[in-house]
Design a protein around this ligand. Structure first.
Ligand SMILES: Nc1ncnc2c1ncn2[C@@H]1O[C@H](COP(=O)(O)OP(=O)(O)OP(=O)(O)O)[C@@H](O)[C@H]1O
Ligand SMILES: Nc1nc(=O)c2ncn([C@H]3C[C@H](O)[C@@H](CO)O3)c2[nH]1
Length: 258
């Protein structure tokens, strides 16, 4: 990274809400958010972070809703509302309408907003996040680049940001819950939900996104996973899925002891 880029990043970084400082801890260099008292942030080893991953409309929000009533669990949903209104600009809609032009803009903003989610302060010992900075990179950035909708130079810039952030900022994840839902089922649920920006999504896009999840979380052939993966087949109807979530509750919360 050039000196100018480092200066830019450090200026950007100092604007961040949490007071961050570089500390040596356990021999590895990483930025921990310095917070007194009970407040915990992602870098706090006392905190357990579970990321719920899955295709579009695979049922992540429904899963998080189910666990949101459990004491000691803080649920962090994706900041989709931010992506749909960046000072009046609907970046999510722009990307779906013209991914070649707006893919880099959306991914840059998603990487920032997901980093902010990872670093958000909480008093709860367990955080369940919808997706992560990792899936933004390994699923969606990869899809844009591999489908020829992202310039190589943009892909490289995003990768350098991702590598710097994940090297210098402690973003521990204790468990990934992968809701393994078929593209067809996701497509049906997406149509049922009718999120305006997503009405242009073809089944083929969901098939690409599905394959990238499988390569990453099942086959392990694309990129390292930041935590053990618990796979929950999620094609079943709502009632059966709620039973499945209850069946897996112990395994999911066992991550707190790992
Ligand atoms: N098991 C299920 N059976 C039928 N419909 C479901 C099931 N789970 C969720 N849905 C419905 O499918 C739609 C998508 O579900 P949900 O919002 O939980 O998915 P998601 O993975 O959070 O989506 P996104 O990735 O777009 O945020 C919603 O309308 C939801 O009510
Ligand atoms: N391009 C792109 N990159 C991401 O990192 C990303 N994360 C989520 N999404 C899209 C999927 C749903 O439409 C909607 C809600 O998940 O936002 C993304 N789209």
């Amino acid at each position: 990274m050039t000196a100018a880029a480092a200066r830019f990043f450090l200026n950007f970084w100092s604007a961040f809400r949490p007071v961050v400082r570089t500390v040596k801890s356990g021999g590895t260099r990483g930025i921990r958010t310095g917070t007194p008292g009970k407040l915990m942030r992602s870098g706090d080893s006392r905190r357990t972070v579970i990321c719920v991953e899955g295709n579009i409309a695979s049922g992540k929000t429904t899963c998080l809703d189910y666990f949101s009533n459990t004491s000691n669990i803080q649920v962090l949903t994706e900041p989709v509302s931010k992506w749909r209104n960046v000072h009046g600009h609907n970046l999510l809609a722009l990307m779906y309408q013209d991914p070649q032009r707006w893919g880099i803009s959306l991914q840059t903003y998603i990487q920032l907003t997901m980093l902010d989610k990872h670093l958000s302060a909480t008093t709860a010992p367990v955080t369940m996040m919808e997706r992560s900075i990792f899936s933004a990179k390994h699923i969606f950035v990869e899809n844009l680049y591999r489908s020829g909708k992202m310039l190589e130079v943009d892909y490289i810039i995003l990768n350098e940001w991702f590598d710097w952030i994940t090297t210098n900022v402690s973003l521990p994840v204790n468990l990934i819950v992968y809701l393994q839902t078929s593209p067809q089922t996701c497509y049906e649920r997406l149509k049922q939900r009718c999120r305006e920006e997503e009405m242009v999504i073809p089944l083929e896009y969901l098939e690409f996104i599905h394959q990238l999840h499988e390569d990453w979380l099942i086959k392990g052939t694309s990129a390292p996973v930041p935590a053990p993966v618990l796979v929950i087949p999620a094609d079943y109807d709502l009632q059966k899925m709620l039973h499945k979530y209850e069946e897996h509750r112990e395994k999911i919360l066992a991550a707190t002891n790992s």
